[in-house]
Design a protein around this ligand. Structure first.
Ligand code: GAL
Length: 854
């Protein structure tokens, strides 16, 4: 028989490609490098470096997303990817480790290396990070005599064991810079300085121990401690915050480093959606480099998703988008990404001058500052800042006038020409939209509105009410986390009360008030098998009191209280000891009071459906079908199948119509959903003024709307062209037929560039290109600009989607833009009277354009 040549399968071809990529990674990085530091900067192979870094947490995306996210980070001008290491992911059971799938730290680091970037590995192992229990495994809490984050032997033993485990793993894989790997920095602990004063006399000895434990691991790269003023040498203390230009390390021998520049803020269920204008973010970065900083990290550069039950809390939402330069779905958030990329390029143009010396400061007036970096060899870079939060100014610097908008920094890489101003955005805006879609590929059906799944395609399972499964009893009310060890969000507290017909206070027909005190987070009250009330705490205060008027019948009455956690606390002193669950239950009517708190209660940890692993259970005998699907009823599990959504855009599920619960796609939890928890009606701003100090509550949108109604389903969880299983557990009641699918897509492209803007950053110093330029580019490489909906050169106003012509406008703008842009993926147009003619002399004009791609 003739031998058949073996053709590589598509899978082995792509593995081969990855391998080649990993092998070819190394022109710069695979050579062993020494990393040290001095007063000015991190020093790599003897060279001081300006380093731009961004946080991407590997478990908040999928391995399939990593290469693209990292490439987009590199294209955005990052040198370093910063990630925490998530202890509770890797050691879910004491001594049992897991580094598979989204937890594959080594592959993540190798992917960063393959892109030619460095890594800052923040081992923690306490990480905060809006992550369940701050990253600590809950089993840690049950070790006898343990006390977290102080000089306590049981704690230190486990912390050292895990830190060593990670370091050894990195060494074995040759991932430290000295071994030719990408890791140039490592972090121990996290922001302990913020809470240290609460931890008493052994706090400082704990920090000293952590420092020497870390250094004893001989990683051969510098260690940092963030927000730790008293970090002992040689550990570098670094800054976290919205601004860090004021920060000074605790020794002249250490560089000024910023480990967390918050690019936005996190979302909580029940909160509005925070965002941070890029003008302010760029201002903060520029001010940091202006005042001597040389390492800066965006927290987050890609925030991603809190899959499963990983979100911290309480009440941290499933989306961890963070308003980061790359959005939750992996798409560029524009103009944020582009404006920062321009900033990074200009900072890099200043690198030689920046690392050579400390800056020289000159006041240019009130709230007006110049900082100049000048080298012996004549290199010069200057930063001019106007830190006033409302007045623009014109300053004189080296004899020349410079206009500085309020709250902005101009960067002059040659001390003469402005290459960048933080408030002048050349980058395009890309409108990102959710496009509701059918889930299958049948073009013929495109006209039908079938982004939803019809009733007959759903199966269900009814979760029993109350403690009836594997139960136990206890006299008195138990604290929830100590009871469940966080093996489930849910704990049932059940009791039966006998109401005698002649009892003066609890008799048939009398209205009785049930009072429940809870440490949080969520409570559903069932009286005689019916949902009677639900309530919850909030991110700011998880605890609550509930008063529920109920009617008891004579004879036996059942009260079943379902208490649920929504992510364990991750921040603050002694956060590990903050409990959850019910602390008091009292029945009252006008005659009498009966305190049930010390009665005998029956408990059930978790749900029957969890026990049956319904998220991954397809047995027909388990799932029911009925001609009419139960809807808007509490405690129902639902299952259906859907076909892969069309195209290759990122996928989201819209849970509008559902109450609260958790969702799984092909057995993978995509997180908790809770579209009924809405943001407060007030606290939002119509348009956020970037000028002035930013805070997490300054710029918030979505007031009165669900905090999160759409949820990311990474493409890699969906099998192409096959039946995909969706399982939901609904606590309160919802209508699963309203669940719909959407694709995350780029809509319009807009740009608004003034003649007063600097020319494109790449063009600086090329004498022939002095004009500002407007650049448009379709995000998708196989799309072209298909229409120009609006173009105006003159004094146009408005924002993307609602531009209008001003008093002055050239008549040729639209035709010029159409000619330059339609049919191509990207176009550049000079913002100049040479191109458009001059519709109004002596007025600074701008060009505003809105276009679309297909
Ligand atoms: C910091 C912390 C981070 C993260 C951030 C807020 O205090 O170090 O882990 O929690 O706050 O997003």
């Amino acid at each position: 028989m003739a031998a058949h040549p073996t053709l590589p399968s598509p899978v082995s071809t792509s593995l081969l490609l990855l391998l080649l990529l990993l092998l070819s990674c190394c022109s710069e990085l695979c050579a062993a490098a020494t990393v040290s530091y001095d007063h000015r900067a991190v020093v790599i192979d003897g060279k001081r470096r300006v380093l731009i870094s961004g946080s991407i947490h590997y478990p908040r995306s999928t391995p399939e997303m990593w290469p693209d996210l990292i490439q987009k980070s590199k294209d955005g001008g990052l040198d370093v990817i910063e990630t925490y290491v998530f202890w509770n992911l890797h050691e879910p059971v004491q001594g049992q480790y897991d580094f598979g799938g989204r937890k594959d730290l080594v592959t993540f680091i190798k992917t960063v290396a393959a892109a030619g970037l460095y890594v800052h590995l923040r081992i923690g192992p306490y990480v905060c990070a809006e992550w369940n229990y701050g990253g600590f495994p809950v089993w840690l809490h049950f070790i006898p005599h343990i006390k977290f984050r102080i000089d306590n032997d049981p704690f230190k033993t486990e912390m050292q064991k895990f830190t060593t485990k990670i370091v050894d793993m990195m060494k074995k894989e040759m991932l430290f810079a000295s071994q030719g790997g990408p890791i140039i920095l490592s972090q121990i602990e996290n922001e302990y300085g913020n809470v240290e004063k609460y931890y008493g006399p052994t706090a400082k000895s704990y920090i000293d121990w952590a420092a020497s434990m870390a250094t004893s691991l001989n990683v051969s790269v510098p260690w940092v401690m963030c927000q730790q003023d008293n970090a002992p040498d040689p550990i570098i203390n670094t800054c976290n915050g919205f601004y860090c230009d004021n920060f000074k390390p605790n020794s002249d021998k250490k560089p000024k480093m910023w480990t967390e520049n918050w690019s936005g803020w996190f979302l909580s269920f029940g909160g509005g959606v925070p965002y941070r204008p890029v003008e302010d973010l760029a201002f903060a970065v520029a001010r940091f480099f202006q005042r001597g900083g040389t390492f800066q990290n965006y927290y987050m550069y890609h925030g991603g998703t809190n899959f499963g039950r990983t979100s911290g809390g309480p009440f941290i939402a499933t989306s961890y988008d963070y308003d980061a330069p790359i959005d939750e779905y992996g798409l560029l958030r524009q103009p944020k990404w582009g404006h920062l990329r321009d900033l990074h390029k200009v900072i890099k143009q200043c690198e030689d001058a920046l690392v050579a010396t400390d800056p020289t400061y000159t006041s240019l007036g009130k709230n007006l500052e110049a900082h100049v970096y000048k080298t012996a060899s004549g290199r010069c870079a200057a930063f001019l800042a106007n830190i006033d939060d409302h007045s623009d100014a014109t300053v004189t610097f080296n004899g020349k006038p410079y206009h500085l908008p309020a709250w902005s920094v101009s960067i002059l890489p040659d001390c003469q020409n402005v290459a960048f101003n933080t408030a002048k955005i050349n980058s395009q805006t890309t409108v990102l939209e959710m496009k509701y879609t059918k889930t299958y590929d049948q073009a013929a059906d495109e006209s039908t509105d079938s982004s939803e799944i019809s009733e007959s395609e759903w199966k269900f399972f009814t979760e029993p009410i109350g403690s009836i499964n594997t139960t136990f009893t206890n006299v008195g009310l138990l604290e929830q986390i100590n009871t469940t060890a966080d093996s489930s969000d849910y704990l049932w507290y059940s009791i039966s009360i006998d109401v005698k017909g002649n009892e003066p206070f609890l008799f048939n027909g009398t209205q009785t008030t049930l009072h429940v005190d809870s440490l949080g987070h969520v409570l559903h009250v069932f009286v005689n098998g019916k949902l009677s009330a639900s309530t919850q705490g909030s991110n700011a205060d998880a605890s609550f009191k509930l008063e529920n008027v109920i009617t008891l019948a004579s004879g036996q009455n059942r009260i079943d209280l379902l208490s649920a956690t929504v992510g364990l606390k991750n921040y603050g002193q002694f956060f590990d000891l903050v409990g959850a669950g019910i602390t008091g239950v009292i029945l009252k009517n006008h005659n009498a009071t009966r305190d049930l708190s010390s009665s005998q209660w029956t408990y059930q940890i978790g749900l029957k459906g969890e026990n049956l692993a319904l998220h991954d259970n397809t047995q027909n005998s388990t799932w029911m079908t009925l001609p009419s699907l139960p809807k808007n009823q509490p405690l129902i599990w639902y299952m259906t199948y859907f076909d892969a959504p069309m195209h290759d855009d990122p996928v989201a599920i819209d849970f509008t119509g559902m109450g609260k619960g958790e969702a799984w796609v092909n057995g993978h939890s995509i997180g908790r959903y809770w579209p009924t928890y809405t943001a407060p009606p007030s606290g939002c701003v119509k348009s956020c003024d970037y000028r002035g100090q930013f805070s997490g509550s300054k710029c918030v949108k979505n007031c009165g709307q669900p905090s999160q109604s759409v949820y990311h389903v990474p493409r890699s969880l969906i099998q192409q062209g096959e039946r995909n299983r969706l399982v939901l557990f609904e606590e309160v009641g919802g209508d699963p037929t309203r669940v719909s699918f959407a694709l995350r897509m780029a809509g319009s492209l807009c740009a608004h560039v003034s003649q007063s803007h600097p020319p494109p950053v790449d063009a600086v110093n090329t004498a022939q290109r002095k004009d500002a330029e407007l650049h448009l580019e379709c995000p998708h490489s196989d799309h072209v600009i298909s229409s120009v909906k609006f173009a105006s050169f003159g004094t146009p106003h408005g924002t993307c989607g609602s531009y209008s012509h001003g008093n002055c406008s050239s008549t040729t703008a639209l035709a010029i833009l159409q000619k330059a842009c339609i049919g191509v993926r990207s176009c550049d147009v000079k913002v100049s009277t040479e191109v458009f003619g001059d519709p109004c002399r002596d007025v600074v004009k701008s060009l505003a354009v809105e276009a679309s791609c297909s």
